[in-house]
Write a protein of this length. Sequence first.
Length: 366
Amino acid sequence: MGIFDKLKAEFIDIIEWLDPSGDTMVYRFERFQNEIKYGAKLVVRETQVAVFVNEGQIVDVFGPGTYTLTTQNMPILTTLKGWKYGFNSPFKAEVYFLNTKNYTDLKWGTKNPIMMRDPEFGPVRLRAFGNYAMRVKDPVQFIREITGTNPHFTTDGIIEQLKNIIITRFSDLLAESKIPAIDLASQYDEMSAKIQAKVNGEFNEYGLEVSKLLIENISFPPEVEQAIDKRNSMGVIGNMQNFMQYQAATSMETAAKNPSGTAGEGIGLGMGFAMANQMIQQSQQHQQQGQAGPPPIPGAASFYVVQNNNQAGPYNMEILQGMVNQKTLTQDTLVWKQGMANWVKAGDVPELAPLFLQVPPPVPKA
């Protein structure tokens, strides 16, 4: 330090700190040889704490306010120096200002997916991220455990360590909760509160406190999300035949609105209609095959039966005879087999007539 700086320090008797950065947690007030005049003014603003360090030992701590530095408001330093009757000469001490405001919108997130066993999807990998706010709760503890003699300490110096603590506790809580992945969104508030309570015990060891912690999102990896979207899409589409017919009709409507299209567009539309028609026909064939089932054994007729307004079967003659005996199949029951145009009453089908003749007559009354 030059002679000008030394002379300048002799005239400065106000100790204060204005933070222009917004992310500084600790700032050491610089004075020439750390000399402070007797009677100097100390200005500590709201959300600040001033900590005096003498010969490597933390002595006095000042909260928000304006102070005139005398033996009365520096009891510990006065005792260490033996100033029983006051003093007039400058004294040496390091002054650290700590910012006790809330540092908000700090991000946390999983670097790698968390493995867990889901009751619906089985083993899955989940990612999560969110934000939190923290502040200095115990300035003396924070200096002792974190900053030491660092003259300028920002949030970047500790944020990675804090993030790792949050992720570790979150991963443990997520695995223990055994909540299905699909239902996790309904538990964000409860899980956030539990994680905040867990991590605060460890943050307090550093003199810090988590004032707010939020889970913003828990999600599957992209490939799992795509599979879920496809499954949901199929559920929304429902009947594939109706969907293909709708698509074909929409294409035809679009073509009708564009009569000035080029020949190439016409060919493309024609090929599209042909493909759509082919898909519809294939869908109809599959549907009919699904309804008809495998071909019946030669010589054995199989009938579908209407029960409780629902289609059941097909049933062979042995099963139908048992249904007649149990009175679940009557002559008025509607039946159908391949080759019939419509559903008809069982009593009107010649092949089924013998079944009703084999039913024993009612037991005569005694």
